[in-house]
Design a protein around this ligand. Structure first.
Ligand SMILES: *[C@@H]1O[C@H](CO)[C@@H](O)[C@H](O)[C@H]1NC(C)=O
Ligand SMILES: *[C@@H]1O[C@H](CO)[C@@H](O)[C@H](O)[C@H]1NC(C)=O
Length: 285
């Protein structure tokens, strides 16, 4: 009760919301694109960084009964505990869900098809402050966790149901209401660290463009944040390093080399990652 008036005199700017943190402190929940104590600062997010009060939401996996699900995540944890990925059927803490989280320093993949959870934990603790690639997959009742190049770990859920359904949004990095999170997910804290890539069933999620909402998202410390790819080339992060996807007419590691096509050029060369997009109306016809 002491904290009930704490937010009365606080103004979080740019659509931010004030919430009490402890009895005598508050934090502003800033919308995606804003950060700072009172959301006064603007930020263009390229690689999201989560500070323990942050999360991003996306359209959920959907209510089609899934018997197969595979998620790849490239993440850099800075704390031993915190929710990385969560989606569920219900908001009453029961039923189907999938979660990936840091738990006591281990990476933990949990899911429930409706009759009890499977818990797949990494063999070793995960090194903090380093990038890791995790691939989690679920086929029927069996879950598999692959972390970096370590041997895969497996576990099986109990029961007869082999399909999961989802209705809530997909949460990354935290949750807007911990009272809604499945009790078997066994997590109540947000992720601290960075996430540079999430792929769900072979579909790459654009972590910024595809987000429905975002709270307290800053940029990770990464060379891509300095926009090293010239002439609007796209910076593709890979752990600590990056690769540039250059626009037509530019080449080299940072797109700094100009390529001049002769006027009578009729052939172009593809390098294995290249494509051209034809937009002229006559061609589209
Ligand atoms: C997290 O970010 C928000 C918004 O920038 C800020 O108000 C809050 O103090 C930060 N929390 C921590 C633990 O750094
Ligand atoms: C563009 O860069 C690639 C890889 O760096 C190289 O193999 C290729 O020859 C270059 N093309 C031109 C036209 O410079």
């Amino acid at each position: 009760e002491c904290s009930s008036t704490l937010c009365k005199d606080v103004e979080c700017q740019n659509g931010g919301t004030c919430v009490t943190d402890t009895v005598d402190t508050y934090i502003c929940l800033c919308q995606l694109g804003k950060i700072g104590k009172h959301c006064e600062q603007e930020v263009t997010v390229h690689i999201p960084s989560f500070n323990g009060t942050s999360y991003l939401t996306y359209p959920g996996f959907g209510n089609t009964k899934l018997s197969y699900l595979e998620i790849e995540v490239v993440f850099r944890p800075k704390s031993t505990d915190g929710l990385i990925i969560y989606d569920a059927l219900k908001t009453d803490t029961t039923g189907d869900f999938v979660s990936l989280s840091m738990s006591n320093g281990y990476l933990e993949f949990r899911f429930d098809c409706g009759t009890g959870p499977a818990i797949v934990r990494s063999i070793n603790k995960v090194d903090l402050d380093e990038w890791h690639t995790a691939v989690i997959s679920r086929t029927g009742l069996e879950g598999i966790l692959e972390l970096d190049s370590l041997p895969a770990v497996r576990d099986k859920a109990e029961g007869a149901f082999t399909q999961t359904s989802f209705k809530t949004d997909l949460y990354i990095g935290g949750h807007s209401n911990w009272d809604e999170v499945a009790k078997y997910a066994s997590i109540k804290s947000s992720f601290v660290g960075d996430i540079q890539k999430v792929v769900v069933n072979d579909r790459l999620i654009d972590l910024v463009e595809d987000a429905l909402t975002g709270v307290n998202i800053d940029n990770a410390d990464h060379p891509c944040i300095g926009s090293p790819c010239l002439y609007n080339g796209e910076c593709i992060p890979h752990h600590d390093v990056y690769m540039c996807d250059c626009h037509i007419g530019y080449n080299a590691s940072n797109c700094e080399k100009e390529i001049l096509f002769p006027d009578d050029a009729t052939e172009i060369k593809f390098l294995g990652r290249s494509y051209v997009q034809m937009t002229h109306p006559d061609i589209l016809k």
